[in-house]
Write a protein that binds this ligand. Structure first.
Ligand code: SF4
Length: 306
């Protein structure tokens, strides 16, 4: 059954000159048919290099599709199910950024790429968990308004002398918020010699108990380069699918089995096939918002190169 759908998807992709991009948290079967897999930054960079494609099928969540549109306003950007939204991306609105800017007129605004264009349009730059330190350091200002993820904000505060000011009191990823110090202690008892690595979206108390704190891209590179095979990872469970596609010998133990991003899982092979066939649902943004947001996206892409 799956093979039939995969063949249909591959035929449609050729016929429509389309490419499938997928995030590292997508289900295994989606990762297997994707042309390109990556974290938010890698997907952003890839989306900026797709002049030869007419359609981009983005297997991820709303803010990722919006970012692909900002970079490619003349292409058809499709998310196979528009209900795939990131709750955290909705936690900082454009209005909240405007209010914070009024309160801190000398501060620059750096938003996590996990935000909507409604907020991005007022940002000076964006960041992902893999480039956040580099991006913050690239700004001239010493005060930085930051959102929506306050755990990532606290993480970068510990790596820079700049003052990080959260835009809102509450901004978090509900998946990474699940991890507790108790989870780490339990895993360390079960797997005494195994390194525990978590994502900077986890609470600081959890980060402090881990051996390393890394973005998903960082985790993948670190694990593939390591001589060891066993790792406990405090991030979304399907990171294991991505790592095992690259090296099946790596044994990835989830810090919690229920660390599942529901929105990432609603994309299915059937929906990808149907969206290719019907060329919808399309991601669209008003011209003005897309143009204003492009400035911040480009600033991040430039800062990531250095
Ligand atoms: S894992 Fe968290 S930050 Fe990532 S898309 Fe899901 S809810 Fe958003």
């Amino acid at each position: 059954m799956n093979n039939n759908i995969k063949n249909e998807i591959n035929d449609l992709k050729k016929e429509k000159n389309a490419i499938i991009l997928a995030h590292n948290y997508q289900p295994k079967e989606v990762q297997e048919i994707a042309d390109f897999l990556g974290d938010s930054l890698e997907l952003c960079i890839k989306a900026s290099q797709l002049d030869d494609k007419d359609i981009i099928i983005f297997c991820g969540v709303d803010f990722m599709g919006e970012t692909a549109f900002i970079l490619n306003p003349d292409k058809k950007i499709i998310i196979p199910d528009l209900d795939a939204d990131c709750p955290m991306a909705h936690m900082t609105t454009g209005e909240e950024v405007k209010v914070a800017k009024k309160k801190h007129p000398d501060a620059a605004v750096c938003l996590y790429v996990n935000s909507l264009a409604d907020a991005k349009q007022y940002a000076d730059t964006l960041c992902t968990s893999s480039n956040v330190v580099k991006v913050i350091e690239s700004l001239d200002e010493d005060e930085i308004l930051f959102g929506p993820d306050n755990n990532l904000g606290e993480y970068v505060s510990s790596k820079t002398f700049k003052k990080i000011i959260p835009i809102t009191d509450e901004g978090y990823c509900y998946v990474h918020k699940k991890f507790t110090v108790q989870d780490i202690e339990t895993k360390r008892k079960e797997h005494p010699d195994v390194e525990v690595i978590c994502h900077p979206e986890c609470d600081k108390v959890v980060q402090d108990k881990c051996d390393k704190v890394m973005s998903t891209g960082g985790m993948i590179n670190y694990i593939l380069d390591s001589d060891k095979n066993d790792f406990v990872l405090g991030t979304e469970i399907d990171i294991a699918s991505r790592i095992n596609l690259l090296n099946p010998d790596k044994n990835i133990i989830p810090l919690r089995d229920d660390a599942i991003c529901d929105s990432m899982k609603i994309i299915t092979l059937e929906k990808i096939r149907d969206s290719l066939k019907n060329e919808e649902p399309l991601i669209k943004l008003p011209d003005e918002i897309a143009k204003k947001s492009l400035k911040a996206v480009n600033h991040m892409l430039d800062a990531s190169k250095n």
